[in-house]
Design a protein around this ligand. Sequence first.
Ligand SMILES: [Zn+2]
Length: 255
Amino acid sequence: MLAWWRRRRENRRLQTLHLTAAHWEAAIADWPVAARYQGEARARLRELSLRLLLRKEFVGIHGLAIDDAMRLRIATMAAVPVLELGLGWYDDWVTVLVYPDAFIPSHDREDEFGIVHTDREPLTGETSAQGPVLLSWADVQDANGEDAYNVVIHEMAHKLDLCGAGGTNGAPPLHPGMDPAAWAAAFTAAWEDLDAREAAGREGPIDPYALQDAGEFFAVVSECFFEAPQRLAVAWPDLYGQLRSFYRQDPLNGS
Ligand SMILES: [Zn+2]
């Protein structure tokens, strides 16, 4: 479909949407990250959230009833990483499956060596190339800006990563002017620092789950970038700078 045609149709649907600014404000009132966006940026974030809500399908699983406030909350958290990038980065997928709590995926998991795992560890979120985004609603509600945890931003970072070549490998398409070597160097240095801290039993700025692979590392630092930017900027200023260039936002300085 032509982009202008989609936008015109979407604009009409936006105007007839029964969700008001007050509904949106109420849905995200207790998410501290949203308070960072004020004035013009807040208006854009709200509009982007509503457009996202119109473009995606939200499905409750295991009997979970999804209301507008839940949809708005998830859509807003998903809109934050692409506020300065555009919704086009999410064009490859449509469906958000929302589980009441941590869930056991119904499929087997294949690792990087092609070994299929049938162990059933509960997950808080999951996604795949062009596949739906799976989220635990209990975990969506756990994002509080303090522990750098946000399952929606985590899964959206995977989606951005998947826009590049090679699957979720911590290498999303970089913008013109960004240096892939500088990106890789900042990520490698942070990885090695976290790995060394883990080996020494010292706490790092992010969840050590990040050390699973480069894709998880990018997703977990993206959570920290938006939820607890100070922590990331202090520990790994180069990495913070790379993420600031990629997301075209500077959460530490309120933008
Ligand atoms: Zn992940």
